[in-house]
Write a protein that binds this ligand. Sequence first.
Ligand code: HEM
Length: 424
Amino acid sequence: MSTDAPTREMTPDEAGLVFVTPEAYADEALFDAACAVLRRDDPIHLVEHPDFAPFHVITRHADVLEIELHNTQWANAPKPVLSNLEADRRREEQGDLLRTLIHMDDPDHRTYRNVASEWFLPKNLGKLDANLAELATRSADKMVELGGRCDFARDIAMQYPLQVILKILGLPESDYPRMLQLTQELFGAADDELGRGQSLEDLVAVVNDFFVYFAALTEERRANPTDDLASAIANATIADENGDQQPLGVMETISYYVIVATAGHDTTASAMAGGMQALIENPDQLQRLRDDPSLIGTAVDEIIRWVTPVKHFMRNCTEPYDLGGHHFEPGDAVLLSYPSANRDEAVYPDPFRFDVGRAPNKHLAFGFGVHYCLGAMLARMEIRALLTELVPRLRSIELDGTPELMKTLFVGGLKRLPVRYELS
Ligand code: HEM
């Protein structure tokens, strides 16, 4: 599909193609227009494309919520994320490359989620506050060092959440560049600047590199446990069918590191960069935050709604289900469009207004129900720490070039945000 600005309104069939077109996610106006057409005219729309098995895209907030809440009828397996026919075939023949929480359903999902869920509870995360504040200060100081001009997406936003997540995992700082590269190769596969390549072999090679890295880490933490999250994962046990405790399987252990290292990184970085762009383009909202820092809490959630870094998850029907005049049968797949749900006119009186004081703000950027983002609180804390540091120090900030979005179908946001600023 062309990503040129449409001269007439799209038909629902044309609009549906944005969900299989990585370039469309890099063209916000086109993407928003397509979602608006579907929400209004065909909110549960069948997408048909020769490279993909047919699926329905769910564009309204209420319908996304309903499917997320009915996790018995709507499972994550076998296809939690949109894949093309070639990848579907490979999965059927050889199984998944990874087995993370997002690939699982109950009862396994609950068991495996419990392995790390304690780590993400407020009592544990609270201990990180001082680290986050320090990393946020380092980010602001780096902006000063960069002399009033930088690429905020690459120089600041990409670095900070990676440092947080790798600190939690307990990895040495010398390994950070490697993790940054591997994460971007995993999520940026559809973007020729970020990904290693689009072929399946390229993806397998990236996953293999993660395996090699994390297999060594597991061995090390089993031999010398510390109090980091990597040790908790490496040494976790779960009951087998006889009730005996066993270590996690190799695939599950490594998948756990991969999901923590990757899910907590590009997502939060995209929210930070997109949030900064929104504040630059809405200087009255930046001023409101300067005048009243108590709005930072609502600003964080508005930024996450505004950016919605995770573009979709899929759900797979397990028993006959009726929704919005559609009948679904087991095996049918739906794509939950979080950016569309978060711009739903039925929920948000003025969805295209960036409002740092927005309340209530029941966005679905972290999903909902049993798979609700494990790192939601951590992500909020990180963005809050950065705003708390930056807002009072930023005397001025403006664009210094054209922001550029990643081409993606899954997780995405700005890959470039050139800015000019005065920071104390
Ligand atoms: C702004 C940042 C973030 C956004 C927008 C985001 C979004 C999401 C979404 C939409 C899901 C799927 C929810 C569903 O299926 O209902 C998810 C799951 C998950 N997220 Fe996040 N996330 C963010 C940050 C983080 C961070 C910092 C971590 C920390 C490691 C993290 C770890 C996870 C994990 C482990 C899952 C799988 C949960 C499960 O399947 O049970 N995320 N996230």
